[in-house]
Design a protein around this ligand. Structure first.
Ligand code: PLP
Length: 452
């Protein structure tokens, strides 16, 4: 790793950070990251920090990977861009679609639609779900059921199924027919249920009750993340996804797995649903698909959906959806190179092993602090839940800046973590080693000791 940092750019004020109040001076105090290498990034001040957030849950193969950069360069030399509309294509989009269908064989995926990121991938999934029901003559099935705390991006469809009102309030009215039910969250749930198996049943029953209440013939799909990410790394009980699949099957409801974060190893298995032994009808991918080197999203559908839409003779058979940058050749080339690394280095397995180690070491180092309620996670998705009262599990006041102050000290001590309201979130590169596990743990321990 180079010790001299590339020169930083003057901190102009001419863009808004996403998900921040542009009038808040704190949001204008940018921390410029100027270089990346492996599991580390460098600040403009020259400090190398453990990338405990993996870019934004996405730099799975690590920074500055030669294989990915070579693939990008080679693709730029060959063909920087051509569209895949109007019956056109290019070699990389075929190769990547084949690769994704092959990788998702156990899940039964048959066709891919490409886009530019996670919100696009979700939007594509929601629209394809609606279109499927029109194609099979049940256009009255338009509703979506999703989970409170779930996160599915920022487009109107995705934001409508988002479970946290902060993503909706300023943009309402949202899509009609979006219903939110309880999350299978052992630490906090409306039943105060502490038994995982029982909670799985309670939540699956609630899904069934909601489908019946809405009328099964009006419900298009249930969408959820195999492990909730942005909502606070909520890991459902082991029986939850299999029960959800059963309920969906009972009423013909499509099951959409939003794998934008969990796809390609992050939760410790190649795909999140694979970790639960379940097949969805649609899987949404982005982020880890090419480790964030170039924006890309993909939505995969199974035979049920692909055959219905391909066989539909009416106008609704045409998929009137797609983006200029769908299947961008450079993004596809980066994905092919990145996925090769994911498989060759068995990164899902490394995420499982290092994730378990990190969780254990964090628990050992932090659980005695009064503000640490719970440390939870699966693979390299981990959250530290911050509480005002350990007994009642009442969360800290998110407006008092405690999580931000913790993250600032952690950064001073050599690691980047993500403060999200009442949680600290960790989603490091999947190439993480025990060296970085220890650095992250120590930096956080110092932060908890220091910040009051
Ligand atoms: N779905 C999930 C589960 C996500 O975590 C995200 C982003 O974090 C999205 C969708 C949206 O992806 P993007 O930010 O690439 O639009």
């Amino acid at each position: 790793m180079q010790s001299t940092a590339p020169k930083a750019t003057t901190k102009t004020q001419n863009f808004w950070n996403p998900m921040a109040h542009p009038g808040d001076p704190a949001s204008r105090n940018f921390i410029q990251i100027v270089k990346g290498d492996g599991n580390y990034v460098q600040t403009a001040a020259g400090d190398w920090l453990v990338d405990g957030v993996g870019g934004l849950w996405n730099v799975n193969v690590g920074h500055n990977r030669q294989e990915v950069k070579d693939a990008i360069r080679a693709q730029l030399d060959e063909l920087e861009y051509f569209q895949i509309f109007d019956g056109c294509s290019h070699p990389r989009v075929h190769e990547l679609a084949d690769r994704l269908v092959e990788m998702t064989q156990p899940e039964g995926m048959t066709k891919a639609m490409f886009s530019s990121g996670g919100s696009d991938a979700v939007e594509t999934a929601l629209k394809i779900a609606r279109q499927y029901w029109k194609a099979v003559g049940q256009s009255q099935r338009y509703k979506f059921i999703s989970l409170k705390q779930g996160y599915h991006g920022v487009h109107f469809g995705g934001a409508s199924v988002n479970g946290n009102t902060v993503f909706r309030t300023s943009y309402e009215p949202m899509l009609p027919g979006c219903i939110h039910i309880d999350t299978p969250w052992l630490y906090r749930n409306p039943w105060n249920c502490e038994d995982p198996e029982e909670l799985g049943h309670l939540c699956a029953k609630q899904l069934e009750a909601e489908i019946l209440f809405q009328g099964p013939d009006t419900v298009a799909a249930f969408i959820a993340e195999p492990v909730q990410g942005a909502g606070g790394v909520i890991v459902p009980p082991a029986n939850y996804w299999p029960l959800v699949r059963q309920v969906c099957d009972k009423y013909g409801v499509l099951l959409i797995a939003d794998e934008v974060v969990t796809g390609f190893g992050r939760s410790g298995s190649m795909f999140g649903v694979r970790g639960w032994g379940v097949k969805a009808d649609i899987q949404c991918f982005a982020k880890g698909i090419n480790s964030g080197y170039i924006p890309l999203g993909a939505t995969l559908v199974n035979e049920r959906i692909s055959s219905a839409i391909e066989g539909c003779q009416s106008f609704t058979g045409a998929v009137m959806h797609g983006y200029t940058y769908s299947g961008h050749p450079v993004a596809c080339a980066a994905a092919l190179a990145s996925l090769k690394i994911v498989e060759q280095e068995n990164l899902p397995q490394n995420a499982a092993v290092q994730g378990e180690l990190l969780k254990r070491k964090l628990e050992h180092a932090l659980l005695d602090f009064p503000a640490v309620g719970e440390i939870r996670g699966k693979g390299l998705m981990i959250a530290i839940d911050l509480v005002a009262n350990k007994e009642t599990r009442e969360p800290i006041d998110p407006t008092n800046g405690y999580a931000n102050r913790l993250a600032a000290v952690t950064m001073r001590e050599g690691a980047i973590v993500r403060p999200v309201g009442t949680k600290i979130i960790l989603s490091p590169t999947l190439t993480l080693t025990e060296t970085e596990v220890d650095k992250l743990t120590l930096a956080l321990k110092i932060a908890f000791q220091e910040v009051k």
